[in-house]
Design a binder for this molecule. Structure first.
Ligand SMILES: Cc1cc2nc3c(=O)[nH]c(=O)nc-3n(C[C@H](O)[C@H](O)[C@H](O)COP(=O)(O)OP(=O)(O)OC[C@H]3O[C@@H](n4cnc5c(N)ncnc54)[C@H](O)[C@@H]3O)c2cc1C
Length: 412
């Protein structure tokens, strides 16, 4: 295949690849009571189900990459095709018409870690990991939060001490999504405790299979265990695996955080905006509450706010796609999507009452428990609602800063 096809040639090649390797997606209109009633967020899955999902995701990622559609916009020197973003949009729109394995488990690696490696990694790290990440050969996680440092990320305490050409990392991270499946992690460590807190940090790529790395699963209230605590005991990291400058880790972290909010907002634009809204309306009809004016009012609010949040998010995505830095749209979109999820959870709780928490066997009722229990996690991950309110208050509305000496180190 020529390296720089025209858009029309590219579209033809992509369609040929998809038709040869995937089945067309069939949109099924389900009647009430038919098919899966899974409406979960952060779902409960067994380890076997998760591994099977990873295997299927890997097989598809490798096939797509090898055919030249895996990293369409990436620099050719690291395995990408070097084509403009318009080609990626063409491919995405075509692939959405086919039933392909979900790539969710690669979300953090591709959405946050890979862009940070590309921006701040050494040649060795870029060569070694970028293609492998995009081909699905390896999975990556984000090792930022600690028991004493979440919103106040710059307060983190995991230490990295230089020893010749290596660094020795000791400390604890927490809430690390997907660490149990990961091969590498992006870690931010304290490298100079004498500097102001956000100036003494350095980023690294750490091998999650290295001696001294211990991953322990954390069970969340949905029943799933998608995140972990990770302990580092004198883990040796080569200096070549450093991201950015020594003590320049705050800049590295900001690159990742900007991409994190985009990834969460992007994932939810197709979800939070319209997530389960139709199912919610069906549920209310089947509970005999569709004529209740107060409920109709709440549904209208959910639909309207969901739409507005999705459009705000699409504006942020368009800015990123055009190579610009997204502004406050990213925070506003994430906040409004999670606020809408909370509205849905409140409405569900009042309509379903005890059926939400006790499995009566009635189709499509108890299943919502996982949605309702997953919403608080979405309101915390990637910048909590309160932190996003602060950003909007201070940076968009120009209100006075919070009276805190610590704000310079905030995850915001
Ligand atoms: C589903 C999920 C997945 C996650 N995945 C990862 C991951 O892969 N990697 C990773 O590193 N981390 C991950 N996290 C952790 C996440 O980044 C942190 O939970 C988040 O930054 C909040 O930090 P904290 O939990 O320490 O809460 P804290 O920062 O201690 O906050 C506690 C409460 O205080 C409020 N608060 C804190 N500061 C302020 C302030 N200045 N003004 C007003 N209110 C404030 C917060 O909003 C919150 O309600 C994940 C979290 C969730 C829920």
């Amino acid at each position: 295949m020529p390296d720089t096809p025209t858009e029309a040639e590219f579209e033809k090649q992509a369609l040929e690849f998809l038709e040869a390797n995937a089945e067309p997606r069939v949109e099924v209109t389900r009647a009430w009571g038919e098919g899966s009633d899974d409406v979960s967020v952060l779902p409960e899955r067994t380890a076997e189900e998760e591994l099977a999902e990873l295997e299927a995701a890997r097989a598809w990622a490798a096939k797509r990459f090898d055919a030249g559609f895996g990293w369409i916009t990436g620099p050719p020197e690291y395995g990408g095709r070097g084509l403009p973003r318009s080609y990626q949009r063409i491919y995405d729109s075509l692939e959405s018409r086919f039933a392909t394995p979900p790539q969710t488990l690669f979300g953090i690696g591709l959405g946050m870690v890979a862009p940070t490696i590309l921006a701040h990694g050494t040649e060795e790290v870029k060569d070694r990991y970028l293609k492998a990440l995009w081909r699905g050969d390896i999975v990556a996680c984000q090792l930022f939060s600690e028991p004493g440092a979440g919103s106040d990320l710059a307060g983190l305490q995991t230490r990295a001490v230089r020893d010749g050409d290596e660094w020795v990392v000791t400390g604890q991270k927490v809430w690390t999504s997907g660490a149990h499946l990961s091969d590498i992690g992006e870690i931010i460590c304290r490298t100079d405790p004498d500097l102001p807190k956000h100036k003494g940090l350095t980023g690294f790529v750490v091998d999650m299979h290295a001696p001294g790395v211990e991953v322990r699963p954390l069970r969340q209230m949905t029943g799933g265990a998608s995140f972990n605590e990770v302990f580092f005991t004198e883990v040796r990291v080569p200096d070549s695996h450093r991201l950015g400058d020594v003590n320049g880790g705050w800049t590295v972290a900001l690159t990742t955080l900007m991409n994190e909010r985009a990834a969460i907002g992007g994932g939810m634009a197709s979800g939070g905006g319209g997530m389960g809204t139709q199912r919610l309306i069906e549920l209310i009809r089947h509970q005999g509450r569709a004529g209740d004016p107060a409920i109709r009012q709440q549904i209208a609010e959910i639909v309207v706010n969901g739409r507005v949040a999705s459009y705000t998010n699409m504006r942020a995505m368009a800015k990123i796609a055009a190579g610009q830095l997204p502004g406050p749209e990213m925070s506003i979109a994430k906040l409004s999507l999670t606020m809408n999820m909370r509205r849905m959870a409140d409405l569900l709780s009042s309509v379903l009452g005890p059926k939400l928490v006790a499995d009566s066997g009635e189709w499509g009722t108890y299943a919502w428990a996982q949605f309702v229990l997953g919403v608080p996690g979405m309101r915390i991950a990637g910048g909590s609602d309160e932190i996003l309110h602060n950003i909007i208050g201070e940076r968009v509305l120009g209100l006075p800063k919070e009276p805190s000496p610590e704000t310079s180190g905030s995850r915001a």
